[in-house]
Design a binder for this molecule. Structure first.
Ligand code: SF4
Length: 495
């Protein structure tokens, strides 16, 4: 229905790694890191404007930019039982696979932000200290799609902060990454930041810390306010579950860390868990409640009745491009039973529990592994009034159910089905450079409870290096955390 007069619509970001549910509404998706491709898109658009060509010509040009996916140039074909049979390329210049954009070196971090004159959520300077994560948690979408790990130098980070502080006047900074304790020189970085900005009375936050006493030492060095509490994310409470998700943290280590946190002056500890991990039982959920109580007991031993515990329990939704892309999500009934157990168990003074609405979880689950046919569902839900579903008072769950029925599709097919190991997925033509065979291997490891460690210490050949061997060869050294590639080793890695 759209013509050349309508605006060009381009989307990007992590959710676009499965673009198909939104394919009907978006002209082009940027897959991967956006910093460089943005210029390519603007150049292509300006050249097209000058040429006076039809919109279709622009789309073909955009599809030739590495990392840009133009869905109009692809047609999905489905098997009789509803799974995808293949994705047909409709134009010779459209690549069969769209490999993500990945920057060899992180570009300079932004330093001149808009300074809002109202209170906003992230009211601070944020500097990304590294991109990517080597821990390999199997549920984690970000950990799989942002590989390889690349780190900024301490000098660059400190200089960036200096410029940003001077140009904005913010008094709060955040040193961001997926796993801050894994930044190679984190102690030196914290020392450098606290020394350079001593006397400026800054609040410095370091989110996403590992669960160990080293993290408590780091937070102590930052001497920040203890008002907001200390946050840790064990994600699961039993060893079996932690082995399945590949996030091994001994319970005793968590209890020791909690005691250290309370003893050093924090009154509130926030623990983040997920329910709905693959193969989870009610015993695993009960263990979350038991662990929270044990942690609070440590707090009471350390500081008495002032110790508080906040447990945030979200519900796992399997994501495309992760080892759990094959698994079914919990049903609403299963989620409600688990949440009821937690509500029953986790009540009492100084204990607070937060959880997510199972119907919101289902909405996320429909879209996260959907195919192009969901475009009709999204349009149908919108026509029935679903417009601001992220707002609790505006969410229209019935509209989504009616839209599924009107489109002749079953939500269960997308959400509660164990997918075939050899199934063609709607996102298979989107290439994160992490191989599907590696994800399958990791899925099988999860079923056997086999752990895989930090890939900085041992490379598991996930696929990043064969795809980006040339880039790595040109950027030797410690900046990347994957093994170096020389001319001699490249062919072997490419196997
Ligand atoms: S290539 Fe090796 S080191 Fe690099 S991200 Fe993959 S598994 Fe980790």
């Amino acid at each position: 229905e759209r013509t050349g007069q309508h605006p060009l619509v381009i989307a990007g970001g992590h959710a676009c790694y499965n673009p198909e549910p939104m394919a009907d509404f978006i002209d082009a998706f940027v897959i991967g890191e956006g910093e460089e491709v943005f210029g390519d898109l603007v150049n292509a658009y300006q050249a097209w404007k000058r040429s006076g060509q039809a919109r279709a010509e622009l789309l073909v040009t955009l599809s030739g930019i590495p990392g840009v996916y133009v869905p109009a140039l692809y047609r999905p074909h489905y098997q009789p039982e509803g799974t995808l049979e293949r994705m047909e390329c409709l134009h010779l210049s459209a690549p069969a696979k769209i490999t993500k954009r990945m920057l060899a070196m992180l570009p300079p971090a932004p330093t001149r932000f808009l300074v809002p004159n109202i209170e906003v959520v992230h009211n601070r300077i944020s500097v990304e200290i590294m991109r990517g994560c080597t821990r390999g948690c199997r549920f984690c979408h970000a950990g799989m799609i942002t590989r390889p790990v690349r780190e900024r130098s301490i000098e660059e980070i400190v200089d960036t902060l200096q410029t940003a502080l001077d140009s904005t006047g913010f008094e709060e900074i955040a040193l961001l990454s997926l796993s801050s304790s894994d930044y190679s020189h984190i102690t030196d970085l914290v020392d450098a930041v606290t020394t350079r900005f001593a006397g400026r009375n800054l609040t410095i936050s370091l989110p996403s810390l590992r669960i160990d006493s080293f993290s408590v030492d780091l937070m102590e060095k930052l001497k920040g306010s203890r008002q907001g509490g200390f946050t840790l994310a064990p994600e699961a409470a039993t060893e079996r579950m932690r082995n399945i998700i590949n996030k091994p943290i001994p319970t005793q280590q968590l209890l020791d860390t909690a005691r250290a946190i309370y003893s050093r002056g924090w009154l509130t500890l926030k623990l983040y868990f997920m329910i709905g991990h693959p193969d989870e039982t009610l015993e695993d959920v009960q263990a979350i409640a038991d662990l929270c109580k044990a942690v609070l007991a440590e707090g009471r031993k350390a500081i008495g009745g002032r110790a508080q515990l906040h447990a945030g329990v979200s519900t796992f939704v399997p994501k495309a491009h992760t080892p759990f892309q094959w698994v079914p999500a919990d049903s609403t009934e299963q989620i409600e039973a688990k949440q009821a157990l937690l509500r029953r168990e986790l009540r009492g003074p100084n204990l607070k529990l937060n959880w997510s609405d199972p119907r919101d979880t289902m909405l996320e689950a429909y879209l996260s592994r959907g195919d192009r046919r969901l475009g009709a569902v999204i349009l149908g839900a919108w026509q029935r009034g679903a417009k601001f579903d992220a707002w609790q008072d505006q969410v229209k769950h019935d509209a989504w159910q009616e839209a599924f029925a009107a489109a002749g599709l079953s939500p269960d097919f997308y959400v509660h089905r164990t997918r075939f190991v050899d199934e063609v997925f709607p996102w298979d033509h989107i290439d994160t450079a992490v191989k599907k065979t590696y994800l399958l291997e990791e899925y099988r490891n999860s079923q056997q409870g086999i752990l895989r460690g930090d890939c900085r210490k041992q490379c598991y050949a996930c696929g990043i290096l064969p795809t980006f061997a040339g880039v790595r060869r040109l950027h030797q050294g410690d900046y990347w955390k994957c093994p170096e590639v020389t001319r001699r080793t490249a062919p072997a890695l490419a196997d």
